[in-house]
Design a protein. Structure first.
Length: 278
């Protein structure tokens, strides 16, 4: 375009031409000192940062959207379809009263809660005081029979093969009683967590089966098929979130109270397994 008075190419245009040609030499002094060019570039940069969903991205089929967490590997769709069909059959049998179907899973709770949104009075802001230490987490292992029963156990730290066996022995005893009284088998649906398939655990499978307790393993990376997952989300969101606990004992009490509150609201029976302290 050039200067409107002389018609010669301006220093700014010569700099732009060099950039377009790939000759990235020293930047013209006039561009660095120009009071008009620098704010314009700053405004363009701010627009790019504030508007990630630009018109060019939109044209290519992209949009600015929240990213969610998911499991890294994808499940085998064919294997998942077959397992889903088996699970549908089990759920139908449970609805018709032929079996007792329960969903097993573990979850964990910490002394501190992530800071998030919550209701507070107008003009005030809610604060969560930091606890002296983050300590160990409290783990829960539960078996959920939708709208009927919820059995669970608590442990400081995490569950291992031996503690899992103790809970399942408790379940096997209850399954044997159910089989003797009603003739119904008890089926436990669970994921492929390592403690569920350890050698020390496999040694008990046949005995549990003889007592009327059968195991159904979900396909890998298929948490959505386990109906107890939603119970954990509800428990954490409505009973535990937004609190700080002094120690593991206070946290365990809060989990117990939360489980009791949810059982009363949901109208199902609740029972907790207690490990021997000795």
């Amino acid at each position: 375009m050039g200067c409107p008075r002389t018609g010669h190419e301006t220093e700014v245009e010569r700099g732009r031409s060099a950039v377009s040609r790939g000759t990235f030499g020293s930047r013209p002094t006039h561009v660095q000192q120009c009071p008009i060019i620098r704010p314009a570039r700053a405004r363009a940069r701010r627009k790019t940062e504030c508007r990630p969903d630009s018109s060019d991205s939109a044209k290519k089929g992209f949009q600015w959207k929240r990213t969610r967490q998911s499991q890294r590997p994808s499940p085998d769709p064919e294997y998942q379809r077959l397992k889903q069909a088996d699970l549908d059959t089990l759920e139908l049998a449970a609805q018709e009263g032929h079996i007792d179907l329960k969903y097993l899973d573990e979850a964990g709770f910490c002394l501190y809660s992530p800071v998030s949104y919550s209701y507070s009075r107008v003009g005030h802001q809610k604060h969560l005081e930091q606890v002296p230490t983050r300590g160990n987490r409290i783990s829960i292992l539960g078996l959920w029979q939708p709208d009927k029963t919820f059995e669970y156990a608590l442990m400081q730290g995490g569950f291992d093969g031996e503690s899992y066996i103790k809970v399942m022995n408790w379940m096997a005893e209850k399954a044997a009683l159910t089989l003797a009284q009603t003739g119904r088998l008890t089926v436990v649906t669970q994921d492929n967590c390592s403690i569920h398939k350890r050698d020390i655990v496999r040694q008990h499978w046949q005995r549990w089966q003889d007592q009327g307790l059968l195991l159904f393993f979900l396909p890998p990376y298929s948490a959505k098929m386990n109906r107890i997952e939603d119970q954990w989300r509800q428990l954490k969101a409505h009973e535990i979130a937004g609190q700080m606990f002094e120690d593991e004992y206070d946290l365990a009490l809060a989990v117990i109270k939360g489980m009791e509150a949810r059982s009363q609201t949901g109208g199902y029976s609740l029972e907790r397994f207690r490990f021997n302290s000795a």
